[in-house]
Ligand binder design. Structure first.
Ligand code: APR
Ligand code: PHB
Length: 392
């Protein structure tokens, strides 16, 4: 039997960032992860950080490499009707974003947690949460062939969409709001220079395309694809030809192609779970909500949950006050729904749905409006860089 203050299930960005932040305030936690360290480290995910996420990583003591190697972006391009329109994020909101791969942040967090032996247990199995409605919840798990139990004050369910935390809750104890999209994203990573110094979000009759990057030598591209598509059906050549076809000539002319390092297809989904707290169990990040990647909100929402929860736990262990913890679900969901709305709106604006000429005309009109209206551009920009935290 082992004891800790906070049992954390899942060593993704949510679990590790929470564990690291708590340790900076002398609060003990144990992270239980079912995959190996290498597997978790090798997962290719998104890579765009709101500045509040950057600040939280700095507060957790894992911001140094991010600030050295991350790319500060003050704007983005919207590409449509064979033209481009730059959204001046910095000019419209005073804020920038940082391009830094999620797997790089994951690496920084794993390194920082490895300073505390036993803080993260990899390759555990049969994780089960018990007694969350008592002051002394327990988490059972198997590790290195033996069964163990962790006694704790609180459990943080940071185990993603497929985790046990949410799945283990009694039927009817939570509400789920879901929207699925009739298409996916085919992503490709390649060691080629990006075609544009800032991200390009392209709307085209053939479907959406996104031109992103990881560095000045490594690029990340995405194409809207059908949910039936398989990676094997997409040779590198087919990918590059299709990308070129969806970009305005001026962008397509600057496209440098090369062999892919990684290709993967992801479905698009919006999902929100309410509430995000059940007794001593707190749901965090993808365990509670999923957004389509269009607005790059997945990682930033996870970090926002960690910010709200860590402040509540720190206050609880400092003063005994449980006020912030009691407000966790409402505060987190306030931000989750706004980011869910923005991600849904940005996805609806830029993707091709089934042949619907009226909807296509509306999309074209909205893109035109965005290109001409400072008010509309500012609304997009302030949601994209991340809304201010309501900490009143
Ligand atoms: N027991 C232990 N660990 C588990 C279990 C389980 N039963 N189920 C899942 N896990 C682990 C997964 O292996 C994964 O490492 O929980 C972790 C969850 O991590 P993420 O899915 O990355 O979720 P989160 O930390 O909330 O990060 C959200 O990740 O998927 C992106 O777009 C998403 O950017 C967002 C971010
Ligand atoms: C990425 O770089 O992977 C990325 C960037 C912005 C998005 C989605 C993904 O909206």
């Amino acid at each position: 039997m082992r004891s800790t203050q906070v049992a954390i299930i899942g060593a993704g960005p949510s679990g590790l960032l929470l564990s690291q932040l708590l340790s900076r305030h002398g609060i003990d936690s144990v992270v239980l992860e079912c995959q190996s360290e290498d597997h978790v480290q090798s997962r290719i995910r998104a890579g765009l950080l709101e500045w509040t996420t950057v600040e939280l990583a700095q507060e957790a003591g894992v911001g140094a490499r991010m600030m050295r190697e991350g790319l500060v972006h003050d704007g983005l391009d919207l590409a449509f009707a064979n033209g481009r329109h730059r959204i001046d994020l910095k000019g419209l909101t005073g804020k920038s974003v940082l391009v830094y791969g999620q797997n790089e942040l994951q690496r920084d967090l794993i390194e920082a947690r490895s300073d505390e032996p036993g803080a993260v247990l990899w390759q555990v199995s049969d994780v089960a949460v018990h007694d969350v409605h008592t002051p002394a919840p327990r988490v059972g798990y198997r590790h290195e062939g033996r069964c163990h139990e962790l006694r704790c004050d609180f459990v943080a369910g940071c185990d993603g969409y497929h985790g046990v935390s949410r799945a283990g809750l009694p039927q009817g104890s939570l509400a789920q709001y879901e929207r699925t999209y009739p298409f996916g994203w085919l992503g490709l990573l390649a060691d080629v220079p990006p075609l544009n110094p800032e991200l390009v979000y392209a709307s085209h009759a053939r479907g959406f395309a996104l031109c992103s990057m990881r560095s000045s030598r490594r690029s990340r591209y995405y194409l809207q694809c059908s949910l039936e598509d398989r990676v094997e059906q997409w040779s590198d050549g087919r990918f590059w030809d299709e990308l070129r076809a969806r970009l305005p000539e001026q962008h397509a002319a600057r496209l440098v192609t090369g062999p892919s390092l990684e290709k993967s297809v992801v479905p698009l989904r919006s999902l929100v779970t309410e509430p995000m707290r059940f007794g001593q169990l707190f749901l965090v990040g993808d365990a509670a909500h999923i957004v389509p990647p269009t607005g790059a909100k997945g990682l930033n929402l996870a970090a926002a949950d960690v910010r709200v929860l860590s402040r509540g736990l720190i206050e609880f262990y400092r003063s005994g006050s449980a006020t912030l913890l009691a407000e966790y679900s409402a505060r987190a969901l306030g931000r989750v729904w706004k980011a869910t709305r923005f991600s849904w709106w940005f996805t609806a604006l830029l993707h091709r749905f089934s042949a619907d000429p009226f909807a296509e005309r509306l999309q074209a009109a909205e893109l035109e409006y965005l290109a001409r209206s400072a008010a509309a551009s500012r609304s997009l920009a302030e949601n994209y860089v991340g809304l201010a935290f309501d900490e009143t």
